[in-house]
Design a protein around this ligand. Structure first.
Ligand code: 5MM
Length: 341
């Protein structure tokens, strides 16, 4: 029997749980491994991801789903067990990144368009057979005010692609995570991030309606509203919570069951503190949780450093961040809990 999209979506944002974004493409995981001086091979990528999926404390208690890359969803653990089965045995849902990456948008220097719609129906059918019950597509919206980036054309084209992707996912019995990421890298202030996020989310939901996407079977993966990294300013968790919740109240329908944030290059603790501040400011119409890549994995990667002897330490580091974020997803985190890690 096919599971209902609505039930899968609710399970993805279950109380105190969030999503592990482990869908780094080969180029991105190489960068992460370069930082810890580990060669990126099919085996080292497998070993690293296997250690996370076998970290029972983290997986069973705090992780609702894992976003995988095409290579990983087909991989077997060292003992021959498919990695997908290890994830399922921990009670988490396997998911898959299906976009083909952000490419320069012709005619609009500085803007990108995420590609990957061609052949997507067939790929989704295969991923379903491989065990995926949700998918992810990331649109990248940069901010560069001097260069008039992002253009309205880039926002429209990316939101249109997100809606076509979401409709195809639902046709295949797969919950779409729609990720319109307004990058945190620029020199812009928090008000500009708010404005660009607002325009993007309004356009996204307009496209989702036009494509007849079932919102109750959809998860939103947005950025938080924060000042750009090059602006030289920092916002407090309370300010981030206020601005981010304001933009969601203005744009995100209550029919969306959950919002699972990306971390976007924030420090581990910042990403946790900001999520916590938002949940502490509830009640809210949607569940708010995490779908972090870097903010969940930076600590285990450092602890692992490619050495078998460090596997347990890496699993503990992962379990700690997963627990901190699981608490933040309920507004129950406080800075003193970090010491327990
Ligand atoms: C884990 O990184 C994901 C894959 O990135 P590439 O396709 O560029 O290799 C990325 O899409 C990620 O899922 C989101 O951006 C959120 O990750 P962060 O690190 O921002 O939480």
């Amino acid at each position: 029997m096919t599971e209902r999209l609505e039930d899968i979506a609710l399970a993805m944002v279950a109380d105190g749980k969030g999503i592990l974004a482990a869908d780094e493409s080969s180029g991105t995981i190489k960068k992460r491994f370069d930082a810890i001086k580990v060669e990126s091979t099919e085996e080292s990528r497998r070993d690293y991801r296997e250690l996370m999926f076998r970290a029972d404390d983290a997986m069973k208690n705090h992780i609702s789903g894992v976003i995988l890359y095409d290579e990983t969803i087909r991989q077997k653990a060292a003992d021959g067990t498919p990695l997908v089965d290890i994830i399922k045995a921990a009670g988490a849902i396997p998911g898959i990144k299906v976009d083909a990456g952000a490419k320069p948008l012709a005619g609009f220097p500085g803007d990108t368009i995420t590609e990957g719609l061609d052949g997507l129906r067939e790929r989704l059918a295969e991923y379903y057979k491989l065990g995926a019950r949700f998918a992810k597509w990331r649109a990248v919206i940069d901010i560069n005010e001097e260069e008039n980036v992002p253009s309205a054309t880039a926002i429209d084209a990316n939101c249109h692609a997100l809606a076509r992707y979401a409709a195809l996912c639902q046709e295949a019995g797969i919950v779409p995570i729609v990720e319109p990421e307004v990058l945190m890298d620029g020199a812009h202030d928090i008000d500009t991030c708010y404005e660009v996020t607002k325009v993007t989310l309004l356009q996204l939901f307009s496209e989702l309606y036009a494509a007849d996407v079932n919102l109750a079977g959809t998860i939103l993966k947005p950025n938080m509203v924060i000042p750009g990294k090059k602006s030289g300013t920092k916002a407090s968790p309370e300010q981030v919570a206020e601005m981010t919740l304001k933009v969601f109240r203005e744009t995100v329908p209550a029919a969306i069951p959950g919002i699972a944030f990306l971390s976007g290059g924030q420090s581990d603790e910042e990403a946790t503190a900001n999520l916590n501040a938002m949940n502490a400011a509830g009640p809210l119409p949607w569940k708010l949780t995490f779908s972090y890549g870097r903010a969940l994995q930076a600590a285990p990667q450092k602890a692992w450093a490619g050495k078998k002897d460090n596997v347990t330490a890496a699993q503990k580091a992962f379990a700690h961040r997963a627990r901190m974020n699981g608490l933040a997803a309920q507004g129950k985190w406080s800075p003193d809990l970090e010491k327990q890690g």
